[in-house]
Design a binder for this molecule. Structure first.
Ligand code: 5GP
Ligand code: MN
Length: 327
């Protein structure tokens, strides 16, 4: 598959690259590194993400080239979709993108539905950035410090700094190679983890206060409402990483973060929510997310739902009684 993708990318010139909405470090790192590699091969590239780039990732080289507006489908010969389990993960632009003649899907989610004409999906990869590293090497593009920083940041953040269950040997060997190629680990860490706005600290305070734990202690739920964001002057991206506090609690097997979204709900007592799920080991949270129309990995998954908050919590408490352990 890698060979046919390299061939497709060699015969097409105008390439759109896109990754999922509310991008994390891997969605941004894979987008930038793949884009820069194709540019080195002489392609005309457009980098697209529907959401604004979180402040902690704005230090990445070429990040200013990521556009929030998508040109017409006719302007592209091929699209490379990164870190998306399904095409809808790119957001509202998915309908336009689906009209681009060649769609290449590069991802590492277990729930990937192989939406592309070409699919490079490797569930064993710690990050999409790991797959990009292998692809770029196979394309015989030299990895410069800019690309190396993007790949390193993707792997560092998607493995939770080499702590999550997806942390594999490649995570270390590739990051070592990226440091050899010019990455400064301390500089990346300072940007990604080293600083926080005062508002984000106040949001952390409210989010910690919202934590509830199920009667058996195996499930924790943290809630972030639009009011909390307003009161602390924070943005949705400031919730990134908060769920780790909920999963930190002793005996918790699954941690849940319920985020209220801004979208207008169909009923006044309802809101739109995004639900993030994290497993501390044995429970496969991707299965739970899929049953709600979402997806992800066994250890980290999510879905979106319209509901009343109390009803949503009741449903979540209910599934803690039926945790299905990973085979
Ligand atoms: P997060 O909870 O950080 O938003 O996402 C955790 C993991 O689940 C990520 O790998 C993300 O791509 C995936 N994920 C989160 N929400 C959704 C969703 O609504 N649909 C799908 N297919 N995957 C999701
Ligand atoms: Mn990823």
């Amino acid at each position: 598959m890698m060979k046919s993708i390299i061939r497709q990318l060699a015969i097409h010139n105008r390439i759109l690259l896109a990754s999922h909405t509310r991008p994390d470090g891997d969605a941004i790192g894979a987008l930038l590194s793949m884009g820069l590699a194709l540019e080195k091969k002489g392609c005309q590239i457009t980098l697209y993400n529907e959401s604004s780039i979180p402040a902690v990732y704005r230090f990445l080289p070429s990040v200013h080239r990521i556009r929030e507006q998508l040109p017409a489908a006719a302007e592209f010969d091929a699209a490379v979709i990164l870190d998306c389990g399904n095409l809808e993960r790119v957001g509202a632009a998915s309908a336009v993108i689906s009209r681009i003649p060649v769609i290449i899907n590069i991802d590492h989610h277990t729930t990937n539905d192989h939406f592309g004409h070409y699919n490079l999906v490797d569930e064993s990869a710690c990050a999409t950035s790991e797959i990009i590293f292998r692809l770029v090497r196979a394309m015989e593009v030299e990895i410069d410090p800019m690309m190396a920083t993007a790949i390193y940041t993707g792997i560092l953040t998607d493995t939770g700094s080499f702590r999550f269950p997806n942390t594999n040997r490649a995570a270390f060997s590739i990051c070592e190679a990226m440091v050899a190629a010019g990455v400064q680990p301390f500089v990346v860490a300072q940007h990604v983890y080293g600083t926080s706005s005062m508002g984000r600290i106040r949001l952390l305070n409210l989010a910690l206060d919202s934590i509830e734990v199920s009667h058996d202690g195996h499930l924790s739920i943290m809630t972030v409402t639009q009011d909390m964001l307003k009161d602390t002057g924070t943005r949705p991206e400031d919730t990134d990483g908060l769920i780790n506090y909920a999963r930190w609690i002793q005996d918790v097997e699954v941690a849940v973060l319920i985020r209220e979204l801004k979208n207008k709900a169909t009923k006044p007592e309802h809101s739109h929510f995004h639900v993030s799920l994290r497993s501390n080991g044995d429970v496969d949270v991707a299965r739970i997310a899929v049953s709600f129309g979402g997806g992800g990995h066994a250890g980290a998954a999510g879905f979106s739902i319209e509901s009343e908050l109390s009803a949503l919590k009741a449903v979540i408490y209910h599934f803690s009684d039926h945790f299905v352990e990973k085979p």
